[in-house]
Structures are given as structure tokens and as C-alpha cells.
Design a protein around this ligand. Structure first.
Ligand code: SAH
Length: 353
């Protein structure tokens, strides 16, 4: 929680119980942590001087030994459809991206959890740029802090967060879990668990512990109905094959009426045939799983193509006929390379974006 040059403890990124324990060392009451949470995450305070409901003594202690990290976006790009892409420079010079997507009443932020990604899925630009490191909870939550402050200035509220930016959240589960705690806390962002979605390539052993800890929504990137094809597209399938992954999706505890999302990137001529759709429908039949079809978003690091609209519709119809709730995800922000699978953000690639 301290950076190389700054030895002060960063309060941003601590969960409420961690902050309570931290303050208890100075004999401070638990409600002080809730006050700090409100200052940091609801009032966007960057220093302790403004925190007038804390005693002068406590403000003095905090100012000498603690800090509240925070960085603005180094670059903001706005799509013709209103989607905004933020590039954040981290304290060590690395960079990540987030995407803010307005959609009727919703304001959804797509956030990153790792700098780059180690999974090397063949269709994804992030993997092609390589893996640099895990992000800390303070870096992950800062993306939401920046977006929430920007929205507040327009009289709007951050309503949804999806972990679909750079990285595989379940390979950084401890920091992602702490971030979720902050997003869900009523003293911070107060976002309901059903509006926070963890998207995973299928790190099977990490799914249940997180689901039991936080009542969040899960999306699983399936992308193929057969192991041979899925292993080709997503090497992680060799470690956690489809049967184990789908069984775990069926075990995830859900509130009534909720479903686990299966994301399926449609690649022309690769995984978009009616037989693929039938195989998918048969493995999901009767389960509380819904499918989100994502027509491939092209980028130069990938040889794949997007299917024709007819192929997308046909695929969807086969799934629906097989009893599986299915929607096609609308492409947002493609003109600024903010669509699914187009985010990179790592420093060495930044010049080419
Ligand atoms: N690592 C996580 C989250 C990041 S990817 C995961 O795998 O789920 C977020 C979603 O974008 C995934 O469903 C992924 O399959 C999809 N995606 C990746 N590259 C894409 C591309 N080029 N076009 C469309 N969707 C893509």
C-alpha cells in the first residue's frame, strides 16, 4: 500500500474492515472509518484538511502518516455514441484503460484489473500486448473514483461496473475482491451486487470463493462449445476445460430470477455455425445461464473477422429455439477502439493505439 517513493500508507483501496482495524491502532472509533470512506469515495477528497468532521488531532495524524492516492485520466476519447475511453497512467508509468458507457438510465464503467493479460486468447488485443503486472485495489478503484466524479459533475451517477477491461480479474482475486467490497459499501459507491459483473475466462477454482464472498453477477467467456476449439482460442481451456467450467457456472449461488451470463464472441467461419449454437444450447439447457453474443470487434493483432448480421441472428435463433435466453451485445465505442477486446493501454503499445 506504499509506493516506492512515498512511505505513507495509502488509504484508498482499503476495505472498510481494513480501515477500521487500521484506525483502531490509534484507538479511533469504527465510525471514523465510515466517515473517511464517505470523504474518499463520495466527496472525492484528496487530502485530510477538508475533513472537518474529523478531530484536528486525527487529521494531523493522518496527514503525517497516510495519503489518499488518485490520478486523473491522462487522455479521454469520446465516441460518436457517447462512450468515453479513459487512459490512466499509473504511478510506475504503466497505463490501463477504462470505458464509460451511457445507456438510457445506466452509466456503466468497464474497468481493468491487470496491466495487460497473461491469458493470450487469440481474438483479444489485450493478450496480444502482453502481461505487465497485477493492479492494486487502489488502482482498480481509482478508475471508478474518476468516473464517478466526472459523472457527478454532470448530475449523473455511476450505476454499473463490469470487470471487462484489461486483465483477468480472477487471476488477481484478492485485489479485485477488496475493490468489490468498496464498490458495494453503502459508505462508498453503494452499488448493488447485481450491478457489478465479474467477467472471467474461466479460472474455475476462483469462481466459488468470490461468489460466496460477494453477491456480484458473473459473466463467463465461453466462446466455443467444444474443447478442441476452445483450447485453440483460449489456452486456459487446457487447464480448466468446458465440462468443469460449465458445471461450476451451474453451481454458482444466485438470487431468485438471476442468471449467470455466458459471453460468446462470434468469429466468422470459426465458432458461428448452427451446429455450434446447438451444442451450446444443449450444454446450457435447463440451467440458469443466459447468453450474450458479442460479434467480433476487429483489431490489427488478430486474424479473425466479424460474422455477417444474418449469421449472428441465425446463431441467436438456434439458441432461443433451444430454450436459452440470448441477446446480442450492442457494439459501443468501436470508433475510439473502446469496444470489447480492443483495449490495450500498456505503455509500450501506447504510441500505436
Ligand atoms: N478476462 C476477462 C475479462 C476481459 S475480456 C474475460 O475473459 O472475460 C471481456 C470480454 O470481451 C470477454 O467476454 C471476451 O471474450 C471479449 N472479447 C475479447 N476480445 C474480443 C474481441 N476482439 N471482440 C469481441 N469481444 C472480445
Amino acid at each position: 500500500m506504499t509506493s516506492g517513493t512515498d512511505e505513507r500508507t495509502d488509504l484508498k483501496g482499503m476495505t472498510l474492515p481494513e480501515l477500521e482495524a487500521f484506525l483502531a491502532r490509534w484507538g479511533k472509533e469504527r465510525y471514523r472509518a465510515r466517515q473517511l470512506f464517505r470523504w474518499i469515495y463520495q466527496k472525492h477528497a484528496g487530502d485530510f484538511a477538508a475533513m472537518t468532521d474529523l478531530s484536528k488531532e486525527l487529521r494531523g495524524i493522518l496527514a503525517t502518516s497516510c495519503r489518499i492516492s488518485g490520478f486523473p485520466a491522462e487522455r479521454v476519447e469520446t465516441s460518436a455514441d457517447g462512450t468515453e475511453k479513459f487512459l490512466f497512467r499509473l504511478e510506475d508509468g504503466e497505463a490501463v484503460e477504462s470505458v464509460l458507457i451511457p445507456d438510457e438510465g445506466r452509466r456503466t464503467l468497464c474497468i481493468s484489473s491487470q496491466v495487460g493479460c497473461p491469458l493470450l486468447c487469440g481474438f483479444c488485443a489485450t493478450g496480444a500486448a502482453g502481461f505487465r503486472r497485477d493492479m492494486t485495489s487502489s488502482e482498480i478503484v481509482q478508475q471508478a473514483c474518476f468516473a464517478a466524479k466526472r459523472l457527478a459533475e454532470r448530475g449523473e451517477r455511476l450505476s454499473n461496473v463490469v470487470f471487462m477491461g484489461l486483465g483477468e480479474p480472477l487471476l488477481n482475486a484478492p485485489e479485485v475482491s477488496r475493490t468489490i467490497g468498496i464498490l458495494l459499501s453503502q459508505f462508498a459507491f453503494g452499488i448493488s451486487g447485481k450491478r457489478v459483473t465479474i467477467s472471467t475466462a474461466g479460472i474455475v477454482p476462483e469462481m466459488m470463493p468470490l461468489a460466496l464472498k460477494h453477491p456480484v453477477s458473473f459473466a463467463v467467456s465461453i466462446n466455443a462449445a467444444r474443447d478442441d476449439l476452445r483450447s485453440l482460442l483460449m489456452p486456459i481451456n487446457r487447464k480448466y476445460p468446458l465440462r468443469e467450467l460449465v458445471a461450476e457456472m451451474k453451481r454458482i449461488p444466485l438470487q431468485s430470477g438471476r442468471k449467470v451470463t455466458a459471453e460468446y464472441v462470434l468469429l466468422a467461419g470459426v465458432n458461428d455455425s448452427p451446429e455450434d449454437a446447438r451444442a451450446l444450447a444443449s450444454s446450457f439447457r435447463g440451467a440458469r445461464i443466459k447468453v450474450n453474443l458479442i460479434p467480433f470487434n476487429p483489431h490489427e493483432a488478430s486474424p479473425y473477422r466479424a460474422p455477417e448480421a444474418e449469421a449472428v441472428d441465425r446463431f441467436r435463433e438456434v439458441l432461443i429455439a433451444g430454450g436459452v435466453q440470448t441477446i446480442t451485445r450492442e457494439r459501443r465505442g468501436a470508433d475510439i477502439r473502446a469496444a470489447c477486446g480492443q483495449l490495450r493501454g500498456s505503455v509500450h503499445k501506447y504510441g500505436n493505439i
